[in-house]
Design a protein around this ligand. Structure first.
Ligand code: ANZ
Ligand code: ZN
Length: 658
């Protein structure tokens, strides 16, 4: 990754506990305090390693269309990447030779209504303009406070805060007007240009801020319904108070305004992304050491390939070292290394990698797990990848599934793998709830321990019950009635296997044939619950008829993936086969025996056709008779009590003789 320019070092703000002198993960910060000691957490800038996932942002969005994934997963990734088409507009600073202010906006059509500018507290121009800013200290104090606020609080709080930058004015490029400049924490660093043009009439955040600070609100967009009073109006519409562009519709105006300002180099089309580069450094013991060596004269150098992998040193104490560096910084001997470039004494990188790095490519190793020379051979990778179906939880919709897509694309570009896409089909499983259909939790007391149930009912019953409890994507409730039902079914299969064989019954044959086809299709579709009900129907047929050995064997083969232990027991111990049931070929079905489930029944009266109606295949005479006698076309000619004789031909016709 480093050699391809996809890994780099940069200063990144980290949660810092000043008492423990450690970097904290987000989940270790509870209400702004350190989880362990309760100290107020600070934001500290630390140099760390990042992966340039943003290089792949467009492909990561556009590639979603071709994936067979749940819509929810695709949408989550799209939002996470957050691609916004818009423009960068230039606001000159009045009487200043310093570079102008650039703002990112998705609504260039509203530029005539931009009545002030806002910098994120971290905006680099603040320091550059220090001597022009009259209240520089006030601004820096505000910035310091803002830095310690979590991002979510900064963006979602309705109560806006900010400070005006005294002595600076921007020039609106469209109107030529002077506009004041503020610093406010609702503008974030790391998105767009770190500065915005504020249009209070058409943006809620700007509106709230303008009301609080008494700033002018100028409407420039008229809603389609012509209602002018309700502000902010955030939709599109017709331009007003916009000079040359009055009367334009938003979409067209946005384009024309950018083209117009572009001539004076005051605008350019621009796409912004919410996605940021991936911070992979962790100051933790448990993780793969980042394989880099820091040389005092040559800087960072990658560990040569023949020295990989860098293994973790043995340590007595896994806690971070007192200077905030990773625990690996305590392994002095381990840290000593030779610079791969100049050969002089150098030091190993002590950060370890985010475990999401490991989970981004583990599946490639499955193709060739015993390979000692490389992580997998080209041949095996070609044979096995991409993964056809990947099942997992919806909590992975963004991070894991996005990171692994990125790593796969990067590995492809480095010619290590031959696919750009790691998993073509994704299925999210549902959640298993407690018997009360609520989320399992200790406090609610509805937690079912599957190990205990396995002890009592066996692993097959539990496994098959999970398959049966509901649609795979929805999950279901862990109920004892449910598991009892499956357990009873398995007992009946066991008893069936003890039965004497006889002549193959044709009706069992048809049912079996149908089940073979249906179960195979259901497995492909992850519809395990309907497959189980097919088994139950088939068992009913088999219990009451004579069955042949081959019929039972077929049944056991298709049941094997659902109840692997019991079917193996039957296969080997009762049926006395030599090779495992799990090594058998899936039985073939006979398409000619698969008929429609519905048949067209002809109704005759005294041999004359009076009606045709649809009915379930193999319906019994009694059912067909009462259905037929209920039809209007039949009632006209005959009433029930006048029927003297019925001639019934299954699945074909019924003839009433009056
Ligand atoms: C002027 C404007 C007028 C805006 C208007 C919106 C409505 P999305 O869709 O999320 O991309 N913005 C730009 N950079 C920002 C930052 N670093 N922090 C906070 N807000 C930022 O949002 C893009 C809009 O969010 C931009 O368009 C900008 O406000 C704001 F009627 O510009 B807009
Ligand atoms: Zn060196």
């Amino acid at each position: 990754m480093y050699n391809k320019g996809l890994a780099y070092r940069a200063k990144v703000l980290a949660n810092w506990c000043p008492k423990d002198k450690t970097v904290l993960a987000n989940e270790q910060v509870i209400n702004g305090k350190c989880e362990r000691c309760g100290t107020q957490v600070e934001q500290k800038s630390i140099e760390q390693w990042l992966f340039k996932i943003t290089d792949y942002a467009d492909e990561l969005v556009d590639g979603l269309t071709n994936l067979d994934w749940p819509d929810a997963a695709k949408l989550a990734q799209e939002n996470w990447i957050g691609r916004s088409e818009g423009a960068e507009l230039v606001f000159n600073i009045k009487d200043s030779k310093v570079v102008p202010i650039r703002v990112f906006t998705t609504r260039p059509d509203t530029v005539y209504g931009a009545t002030y500018l806002v910098f994120a507290p971290e905006h680099p121009l603040i320091d550059e303009l220090a001597k022009d800013i009259k209240n520089f200290k006030e601004i820096k104090d505000y910035a310091k406070e803002a830095r310690n606020k979590p991002e979510l609080e900064r963006t979602s709080s309705k109560e806006k805060t900010g400070v005006r930058i005294n002595g600076l004015h921007g020039i609106n490029p469209a109107t030529g007007e002077e506009v004041p400049i503020y610093v406010a924490d609702y503008v974030l660093r790391g998105y767009g240009t770190c500065a915005i043009m504020a249009v209070p009439a058409h943006d809620q955040r700007d509106y709230d801020f303008a009301k609080k600070f008494g700033l002018p609100v100028r409407q420039v967009i008229l809603p389609p319904n012509g209602n002018t009073s309700e502000l902010p109006y955030t939709g599109e519409g017709t331009l007003i108070n916009s000079g040359l562009f009055n009367g334009y519709q938003s979409k067209r105006a946005a384009r024309e305004i950018v083209l117009h300002l572009k001539k004076e180099k005051m605008a350019m089309f621009k796409t912004a992304y919410k996605l940021r580069d991936w911070l992979v450094s962790r100051q933790r013991y448990w993780g793969a050491p980042i394989p880099m060596i820091n040389c005092p004269s040559c800087g960072y150098q990658p560990v040569p390939e023949d020295e990989l992998p860098v293994e973790l040193p043995k340590l007595k104490n896994y806690k971070p070292s007192k200077d905030g560096r990773s625990p690996l910084a305590k392994a002095e001997e381990w840290m000593k290394a030779r610079c791969p470039k100049c050969g002089k004494d150098a030091e190993r990188e002590t950060d370890t990698m985010d475990t999401f790095v490991d989970s981004s490519w583990y599946f490639f190793r499955y193709a060739d797990p015993k390979n000692e020379r490389e992580f997998a051979s080209r041949e095996k990778l070609n044979a096995w990848l991409p993964v056809n179906v990947y099942a997992g939880g919806a909590e992975h919709n963004t991070m894991h599934l996005l990171y692994s897509r990125f790593i796969t694309k990067a590995l492809f570009d480095m010619k290590h793998v031959s696919c750009r896409v790691p998993f073509t089909r994704r299925i999210n499983h549902g959640v298993i709830f407690g018997p009360d259909r609520q989320k399992m939790s200790k406090s609610r007391g509805n937690v079912v321990d599957p190990d205990k149930v396995v002890k009592e009912y066996g692993a097959d019953a539990v496994r098959m019950f999970f398959a049966f409890m509901g649609p795979y994507e929805q999950g279901g409730a862990f109920t004892m009635t449910g598991i009892n039902g499956v357990h009873r079914f398995l007992n009946k299969v066991w008893n069936l296997a003890q039965k004497e064989f006889g002549e193959a019954d044709p009706q069992v044959g048809r049912a079996l044939n149908r089940t073979i086809k249906k179960v195979a299709e259901d497995i492909e579709k992850f519809k395990f619950n309907t497959a189980v009900s097919e088994f139950m129907k088939l068992l009913n047929e088999m219990e009451n008829k004579t069955i042949s050995r081959s019929q039972l064997e077929s049944f056991i083969k298709i049941l094997a993936p659902f109840a692997p232990y019991m079917t193996e027991e039957i296969w080997i111990e009762i049926l006395r086969n030599k090779k495992s049931v799990h090594l058998q070929v899936w039985p073939e079905y006979d398409p000619s025996l698969i008929e429609e489930d519905i048949v067209q029944m002809i109704v005759q009266i005294n041999g004359k056709t009076r009606a045709v109606f649809s009915i379930a295949k193999d319906s019994e005479e009694g059912v067909v008779k009462s259905e037929a006698l209920g039809l209007e076309a039949v009632k006209k000619h005959i009433s029930g009590e006048r029927v003297r004789k019925v001639i019934f031909f299954r699945n074909k016709f019924i003839n009433f003789v009056a």
